[in-house]
Design a protein around this ligand. Sequence first.
Ligand SMILES: Cc1cc2nc3c(=O)[nH]c(=O)nc-3n(C[C@H](O)[C@H](O)[C@H](O)COP(=O)(O)OP(=O)(O)OC[C@H]3O[C@@H](n4cnc5c(N)ncnc54)[C@H](O)[C@@H]3O)c2cc1C
Length: 417
Amino acid sequence: MNSLPTNPEVIVIGAGAAGMAAADALAKAGVDVVVLEAAGHVGGRCYTDKNQFAQPFDMGGAWFHSAEINPLARLAEQRGARLYKKQWTYNWAWTDEHNLTDAELEDFTSEHLEMWKAVRLAGKEPVDQTPYQVTPNSCWKKAAKHWIAQMQGGDSDVTSVQDIVQYDSTEGNWLVQGGLGDFVKSLFPNLPIKLNCAVTKIDTTGSEIHVETTEGTLNAKHVIVTVSTGVLAAENIQFVPDLPPEKRDAINQLPNGLLNKVGLDFDPSWKRAVEGEMADYHTSDDEFCTILFGFFETDLAVGFVAGRFADQLELEGKGAATEFCLEGLKNIFGNGVTKYIRATNETAWRATPNALGAYSYARPGGAGARKVLAAPIDEKLYFAGEATSTNSYATVHGAYQSGIDVAKDVLASRAMS
Ligand SMILES: Cc1cc2nc3c(=O)[nH]c(=O)nc-3n(C[C@H](O)[C@H](O)[C@H](O)COP(=O)(O)OP(=O)(O)OC[C@H]3O[C@@H](n4cnc5c(N)ncnc54)[C@H](O)[C@@H]3O)c2cc1C
């Protein structure tokens, strides 16, 4: 464990947005803290790749969602970061084997709004339902399925409307120059982080907590776990004693859903779509992608596949998601479009060992599980990360805020002892 203390007061597991925010708040309060990170880089599911394209490509989190109330968006403003605030709109949709006419597209777009209205109303009812159960019956009902999968990571027949309504949604989805992963990383320049150090076991039976890692064992008074619910469910970390049944149940209620991205680097001479424009492509009720054009005012487009279909494409192998998006582009814009694509890159979040999925959704009846997951155990073991956020789950700002909140809890428990 070179150059980092082996017996810090607090160990944070994971250097994603939650872990870095927690460690930063604790370090600023004078607490001896170490972050252990399994991967070779910080950022976790919010990571900017700069090797594939001339422009940054956020492999995971990219937008400041709910920008009006997003604490990271406020930090970006304070730091004078360049922000892209353009609202994305549907300009093309290909479904039932044809490009929608302008009138159909208008109908399709207003159905999108109707679906969210119905979900919000149903989410306030005492009995939880799936979005699919409450989506209005219209010719677009099948298309509406993918809107949920893309937002929730889980399909519209397995997710909870009560969970959706507890999410704080406001105006504004902003991008930041240089990528969100790099922006978040820049907020935490001097943290004591040990990379390539996977935690394998946490033993809380003694007065000190023993944390076993691939690089040796450490002891601490408090441990903050920020790994995804995918990693928790896979039991990559052994807890001794095991997590209590209510915590295991909460993990089960909050599966790590899937969203994958396909980066498509267009030649600048292709002018058919510009920043803020979107194309939807459906080959069946369950097979769809959405392609957004002009990231950071460049020629980078990004395709999105979600839910069970994204899992299916990942299983088919590398390149399957890209192929599907290219097929969509050809149907929408004509076969010639692909000759303008200079490079592609796709993510595989299900197979990424330290994430095992994209972000959490709640199963029907599971909206309360986020609070259960967030609850500390005996003032020793604390939990943070996007899945523990009731109002901003599945986001970078939710993860960040959960890190700040858990640091406050640890500081309060120290003050009491
Ligand atoms: C494709 C995609 C698109 C997204 N788009 C957006 C978006 O536009 N806007 C938005 O706000 N959010 C978005 N999100 C969600 C957002 O990225 C996540 O909610 C957020 O980054 C999660 O942060 P976290 O700190 O909770 O978890 P993580 O980032 O997963 O951090 C946990 C860390 O723990 C590490 N770890 C795992 N196991 C171990 C172990 N055994 N030992 C030590 N370390 C371990 C991991 O490597 C990781 O670094 C997106 C996510 C994906 C995948």
